[in-house]
Design a protein around this ligand. Structure first.
Ligand SMILES: *Cc1c(COP(=O)(O)O)cnc(C)c1O
Length: 457
């Protein structure tokens, strides 16, 4: 093992050097991938030297998500203490289902869950678990809400016309999950949004009332804290009042921006969160932890057990079942996603997490200010969002993003709202500085001047 760890160190050094020298790897066209790289698996193995050469080449052409030119997705950068924790988790290789097999790692996960429940205001009634991503966290919330409304569903399946509500800007996992949960995609009601991409509560009420009149059974509302395209925050407090009136489970999907919970300055974006029934947050997005690290919490500790423990008998569980996390999780064997986030949190403190979140908003404001101050830009994004949406010289966002990628200049994506397509610059890498954001625009402008001006209108 020690020998392979030395090889690992060698590969890490190579990767970190490459990230600096070539922040955007040259993309290999898919048609050439298997010719350009030796990805074959054969009867005979290869010697270490050849293995290292092959791995080095693979690393070279793998997109560099921790580089200063990666703005493509809702994650990026590298918090080295979190990476350290994840590497340790791989070496330890525990499965999180029992205390016997995971020992103190169970305590580490419980500590994270407790602290976040406390931050939300769920307090003693709260509990949670870690799921393989935000989509699955949302799935677990939906299952709890379904079983909470109709406990018999767990045994008999869904027999009534249950309906759920989410804004049209919500993540696509809501519709997929409705299908997985036996509710059905066509039972998902899409609520309209205002010009900022926030759910219109009046339309939510209208849709619920319509369904009640039609004899459907509304049971679940999903509010989003940071929509995937615009980074908008639904008004949780207002939505929670509607949920209370109609006895609906309120889930807050904070996969993208639920991390604002850690910031005194931005926590107000989650106003009313204590009235929610469940909440999910991806530490692998705003909180700088390696993929995947998704946390789902609920105010109804017993519902988590009822929906996910196979013995479904929460009342008769011994104390030690509180430490057998398999009783509350989606999977059986489960990777340790807790240690990496704990290592980061432990080392930089809650204050450090707060600074990361605040920095992301600061970088977004730097970007918005740049766009406002410079000609030929159109801004589509609002305050309090780390998704900075804009167009430049009316060039097609899709064309420009693709050209920047194919030419190894920048990794940035595009999105759409109200029929308008725009570039979406995501300032989620809190290791970046103001200058890196300015450099982004600089690179983009130079690239356009050199290669694209002929296509501008
Ligand atoms: C990213 C995201 C998800 C999905 O999370 P995964 O970890 O990618 O499954 C869900 N909801 C929102 C709002 C997101 O931005």
């Amino acid at each position: 093992m020690l020998k392979d760890l030395n090889l690992f160190n060698q590969l890490c050094e190579e990767l970190i050097k490459l990230e600096k020298e070539h922040p955007v790897s040259r993309p290999i066209p898919t048609a050439e991938l298997f010719n350009e790289l030796d990805l074959s698996l054969n009867e005979e193995g290869i010697v270490d030297k050849d293995l290292i050469d092959t791995l080095t080449k693979i690393i070279k052409y793998t997109p560099k998500t921790a580089s200063k030119s990666f703005f493509n997705q809702l994650f990026g950068g590298r918090m080295s203490k979190a990476t350290l924790g994840d590497l340790l988790a791989v070496l330890l290789n525990n499965s999180m289902y029992t205390y016997k097999v995971a020992g103190p790692q169970v305590g580490i996960e419980k500590q994270i869950l407790n602290n976040i429940c406390h931050l939300i205001g769920y307090n003693k009634q709260g509990d949670g678990t870690m799921a393989p991503g935000g989509s699955m966290s949302n799935f677990m919330a939906l299952i709890m809400a379904r079983d909470f409304k109709h406990p018999s569903v767990r045994n008999s399946g869904v027999i009534s016309e249950m309906t759920l509500y989410t804004s049209k800007e919500a993540h696509y996992s809501i519709a997929k999950n409705a299908s997985f949960a036996g509710i059905g995609r066509s039972q998902v009601r899409e609520v309209d949004t205002n010009d900022k991409g926030e759910m219109l509560t009046s339309h939510l009420s209208y849709l619920i009332n319509k369904d009640v009149e039609a004899g459907h059974i509304p049971f679940f509302v999903n509010a989003t804290a940071g929509t995937t395209v615009l980074g908008a925050f639904d008004n949780i407090l207002e939505i929670s009042k509607v949920c209370k009136t109609h006895h609906l489970w309120l889930h807050v999907d904070g996969a993208y921006c639920g991390g604002v919970l850690f910031s005194k300055k931005y926590r107000h974006l989650l106003n009313g969160i204590e009235h929610s029934d469940s909440f999910s947050v991806n530490a692998h997005k705003m909180l700088g932890t390696p993929l995947s690290c998704s946390i789902v919490l609920t105010k109804h500790k017993e519902q988590l057990h009822k929906s996910f423990s196979n013995e479904a008998d929460y009342l008769y569980q011994t104390d030690s079942d509180d430490f057998n996390l398999g009783k509350t999780s989606l999977q059986c064997g489960r990777r340790n996603d807790a240690l990496k986030f704990w290592t980061l949190w432990k080392s930089i403190g809650t204050k450090g997490l707060e600074e990361m979140v605040n920095k992301q908003f600061l970088l977004a404001e730097v970007a918005r200010q740049y766009i406002r101050d410079h000609e030929n830009y159109t801004l589509y994004s609002f305050e309090n969002s780390i998704s900075v949406c804009f167009n430049y010289r009316n060039i097609s966002a899709k064309e420009l993003c693709t050209a920047l990628y194919e030419d190894s200049k920048l990794m940035v994506g595009f999105g759409k709202y109200n029929g308008i397509e725009f570039i979406r610059l995501v300032t989620i890498n809190s290791v970046l500085e103001k200058e890196d954001i300015i450099a982004f625009f600089d690179t983009l402008e130079h690239f356009v001047a050199k290669k694209m001006l002929k296509t501008a209108t």
